[in-house]
Design a protein around this ligand. Structure first.
Ligand code: GLN
Length: 489
């Protein structure tokens, strides 16, 4: 009830597209009675969570923030939603996002943009507890009773800071203490980008570790469910609940999942940390660079070997991602035709015209633009020049990672975003392509390689917004990745 109260109180942040009160009440009552009977099911019993609105939820609207799916009620739960429920969690609501997860700001949603809870140090969420680098963020971000949080009236001002995206609603829900954890999705950075801007932990697990069944696809070969929490320990708890083979998703790995155990503190002096030179890119702010080198110094002082490495294909990642993204989008979006499910316009002259009018009404300009571009890249005469070429570049990017791991690097340390959260007006003055190009530079390569990556908040910028860094490790080495993240946290 306290969390629902918090959600109502912070309505102006627009983090939820729908509160699932009925579902939450039933789940909370069940958790209560289990508690009274001394029959607690698991770590998430009675814990409030939220999921991005691209996860199918049984009989609950799942819109992907698009008019195309405005009234779509799935007949089943996504595996991730079902696993949360099986673990006893209480689903508080569905979170806002960019339409079909295409974006980096949560500014392109039929439900309107989400706002960051951090507003130039003016928001009443305990800014005073944050000091310099090497803040033990864990204490600061610990879940405190929602009712003790202040009101965020200042964010009603016109020019607020964006939440990041596309999982912006999920990040705000966690950062504001409305839920303990939330699910996002991550195709090119959509979990890590908003987590970084909102000052929470954002984990993109290895491709294939978590099931995508019931997660409405953007780019099937890169999408992964993302985890947003306040602390690394909480992310581990969630990962242990969610990971593992799913017969309903043929891309999940069949190996038994061994739950992560971070009970022992890691010996940082045995670690080799790589600093990839190509992540020093144009547009990166001085404060981000400073934070990056400060944390590298801290690791070095603690005895870790910090080495500069080269990943030469990184600068090609944005162009390569954008071709592959649009090709897969063109193929994925073909299912929305006005016939099977979702929106159907009244057009009845011909089937083709029904398709066309449904799609032009149901999708925003960004989705339509990507479908068009994707189909262009996939034309027979363009196929090898664009699609096949992009697949080859993707392989080169993945090989950059493979080379680094085989040289004995345990984790890579990089910025997550190039700056702290931009202002809304500044952000929307660039078109979607430019937004992604500038916001996702450091996050997209991990999706190309399928490797796990986590963003953790480090300190506040001069204007009072969170600055975060990213760690990446070899595929399926989440244990090492998160142990190091926790050491830094
Ligand atoms: N910003 C990127 C895009 O729009 C990434 C999106 C995502 O990770 N879902 O494609």
């Amino acid at each position: 009830a306290a969390c629902l109260y918090q959600a109502e109180k912070l309505k102006t942040l627009n983090m939820f597209v729908r509160l699932t009160k009925e579902v939450a009440e039933i789940q909370a009552k069940e958790a209560d009675s289990r508690y009274k009977n001394g029959n607690i099911r698991c770590l998430l019993d009675g814990i409030p969570v939220a999921v991005k609105d691209n996860y199918c939820t049984l009989n609950v609207e799942t819109t992907c923030s698009s008019q195309m799916l405005e009234n779509f009620k799935p007949q089943y739960n996504a595996t991730m939603v079902q696993k949360l429920q099986n673990a006893g969690a209480v689903l508080l609501g569905k979170c806002n996002m960019d339409e079909f997860a295409m974006g980096s700001g949560t500014v392109d949603s039929i439900h309107g943009p989400s706002k960051n809870i951090w507003q130039s140090g003016k928001c009443a969420t305990s800014i005073e507890h944050v000091h310099s680098v090497k803040v033990k963020c864990r204490e600061f971000y610990q879940l405190s009773p929602p009712s003790s949080k202040g009101s965020c009236s200042t964010v009603e001002e016109d020019d607020w800071f964006i939440a990041g995206g596309s999982s912006g609603g999920s990040a705000v829900a966690v950062a504001s203490g409305t839920v303990f954890a939330a699910l996002g999705s991550d195709t090119g950075g959509s979990t890590r980008n908003p987590a970084a801007y909102c000052g929470v932990v954002g984990l993109k697990p290895s491709y294939g570790l978590l099931s995508r069944h019931g997660l409405i696809p953007l780019v099937n070969s890169m999408d992964v469910p993302g985890i947003l929490t306040r602390t690394v320990d909480d992310a581990v708890t969630l990962l242990n609940v969610l990971a593992g083979y799913d017969p309903l998703d043929s891309t999940t790995i069949r190996d038994d999942f061994i739950p992560l155990d971070l009970s022992q503190d890691i010996d940082i002096s045995k670690m080799r940390i790589g600093i990839p030179q190509e992540y020093h890119c144009p547009g990166i702010s001085d404060e981000v660079l400073e934070t990056w080198s400060e944390v590298a110094d801290i690791l070095e002082k603690a005895g870790a070997e910090v080495v500069s490495v080269s990943m030469p294909h990184t600068p090609s990642s944005i162009a390569c991602y954008s071709v592959l993204n649009q090709c897969e989008v063109a193929s994925n979006m073909a299912r929305y035709d006005g016939i099977e499910f979702g929106l159907r316009t009244a057009e009845n002259r011909s089937t083709e015209e029904l398709y066309a009018s449904t799609r032009s009404q149901g999708f925003n300009e960004i989705v339509r633009g990507r479908i068009l571009a994707g189909n262009y890249f996939l034309l027979q005469r363009n196929y090898s020049q664009y699609f096949v070429q992009a697949l080859k570049v993707r392989r080169l990017i993945a090989q950059d990672f493979a080379r680094v791991w085989s040289s004995g690097i345990d984790v890579l340390l990089t910025p997550t975003t190039l700056t702290d959260a931009p202002r809304y007006s500044q952000f929307i003055s660039r078109d979607n392509r430019e937004q992604c190009a500038s916001q996702d530079y450091c996050t997209q390569p991990a999706n190309m390689a399928g490797c796990p990556a986590v963003t953790i908040p480090i300190k506040l910028s001069k204007q009072g917004l969170p600055l975060s860094l990213q760690l990446m490790s070899q595929n399926y080495r989440e244990n090492l990745l998160l142990a190091i993240a926790r050491w830094i946290e």
